[in-house]
Ligand binder design. Structure first.
Ligand SMILES: Cc1cc2nc3c(=O)[nH]c(=O)nc-3n(C[C@H](O)[C@H](O)[C@H](O)COP(=O)(O)OP(=O)(O)OC[C@H]3O[C@@H](n4cnc5c(N)ncnc54)[C@H](O)[C@@H]3O)c2cc1C
Length: 381
């Protein structure tokens, strides 16, 4: 049983402890599901999470503000039980993030569908030539009469190909680089959307490269203010980056549990592996990494929920440390399983594949270091 003592930390309120207990029971009863068909599993998980009410936390649709600690607790718990369940939850929040934070009342109508699991959401920012370099986006939204015409290409779009609604960042040209971007709400059935390629990755998720071909968008597709798209993207990532760290934490906790179970039961040289001091050294490193990551994640969540406008430094620290450390923890768990650790179908083998992309998406680790360093230097001067 994964350590739950962190729930007593002062970062949490009773509502968080109740949420964690309720979700834990739900996960134990409902997860994992069969993932053989990745797309079908994603749809089913969104529906299950919606029906059980967990997706209401992915936006502020019920009238309460987004609570980052709740988002992190949910992602951590789902990831510990079943990676695709975490993915299905996360995409509803990230995909609709621009609408939750900046959407008009009409655009917010979509939230009822995404929080019930009836519609799947996607967040389309990255392009073949601009992943880390977001300000370099070349997808263009050309003003046309009362609306816009969208042309360009996005890649690595999670839920791409199965999403019902996309938030899309495009250049509207108010200024150079980051100053000339806007964000749009694009239903998947809008004429001009092409699913150019489905992408396979080491831990299967619905992913696609998509194209916009002379797509006509009405003026009210614009989310927030024209020319402020970069700020919208950064505000959304400011919230969801900590939750990527939380998912990594869930994977790391599961790896630690698997390693504890394995080393307690496996006999080597006449004793349980867990009695060997070098094995204990690995277990100690893993437990330390889990707690340190949790402290950084829930510090970021607590600060944001306490009213901080931006938590870029805290969120970057949480994401950077949690994802890098989870990778090390999972690698140790694989090692402690010996040959079984790399066998297809073993939980630690699945975790080893699941964790890798988290060090790349929503800002690669190197990018997080730049954010932390810039903020630290600014605070010093
Ligand atoms: C599984 C998965 C799901 C994704 N889902 C989405 C999604 O839903 N929506 C979306 O818009 N995007 C998504 N992405 C895209 C993701 O955000 C980008 O892959 C990421 O931002 C990196 O961009 P890139 O792949 O173009 O790599 P590049 O920008 O080419 O960077 C390559 C590497 O260079 C290094 N690097 C980059 N910048 C710097 C720097 N300034 N200094 C030093 N080193 C640096 C980093 O190590 C980085 O990994 C997803 C990606 C993956 C793998």
């Amino acid at each position: 049983m994964a350590d739950r003592s962190f729930l007593d930390w002062p970062f949490f309120e009773d509502k968080h402890r109740n949420l964690a207990a309720g979700l834990e029971a739900w996960c134990a009863a409902n997860l994992p599901i069969d993932h053989t068909d990745t797309d079908a599993a994603c749809r089913q998980l969104a529906q299950m999470l919606g029906e059980a009410g967990w997706l209401t936390y992915s936006s502020d649709q019920d009238g309460t503000a987004l609570d980052l600690r709740s988002l992190c607790l949910i992602r951590e718990t789902l990831a510990r039980h079943d990676g695709p369940a975490d993915f299905a939850f996360a995409m509803q929040g990230l995909g609709m993030g621009p609408v939750t934070l900046f959407g008009s009342p009409e655009q917010r109508d979509w939230l009822a569908k995404t929080t019930s699991g009836a519609a799947l959401a996607a967040f389309a920012l990255s392009e073949p030539a601009s992943g880390s370099d977001v300000a370099n986006i070349s997808t263009e939204a050309r003003p046309d009469g009362n609306g816009f015409v969208l042309n360009g290409e996005k890649t690595w779009i999670s839920n791409g190909g199965i999403a019902d609604i996309y938030t899309v960042f495009a250049r509207t040209g108010e200024g150079a680089g980051a100053k000339g971007l806007s964000c749009f709400l694009v239903p998947a059935d809008t004429e001009g959307l092409e699913i150019a390629e489905r992408l396979d990755v080491i831990a299967p998720h619905p992913l696609a490269r998509i194209k916009f071909n002379e797509m006509k968008l009405p003026a009210d597709a614009l989310i927030g203010t024209q020319g402020k798209g970069f700020g919208i993207a950064m505000s959304v990532l400011d919230i969801f980056r900590s939750t990527v760290g939380a998912a990594a934490l869930g994977f790391a906790r599961r790896a630690l549990d698997e390693a504890l179970a394995r080393t307690s039961s496996r006999q080597l040289f006449g004793a349980a592996m867990a009695e060997m001091q070098m094995v204990q050294g690995h277990l100690a490193d893993m437990a330390l990494g889990v707690d340190a990551a949790a402290l950084l994640i829930y510090r970021a969540g607590w600060k944001k929920d306490s009213g901080a406008e931006r938590v870029s430094r805290e969120a970057s620290m949480a994401k950077l440390y949690a994802t890098e450390t989870a990778f090390e923890i999972i690698d140790k768990a694989v090692q402690l399983h010996g040959g079984d650790g790399v066998r297809s179908g073993q939980k630690v083998e699945e975790l080893y594949r699941e964790i890798r992309a988290l060090r790349i998406y929503e800002g690669a680790s190197d990018v997080q270091k730049i954010i932390i360093a810039r903020q630290t230097l600014a605070d010093f001067s």
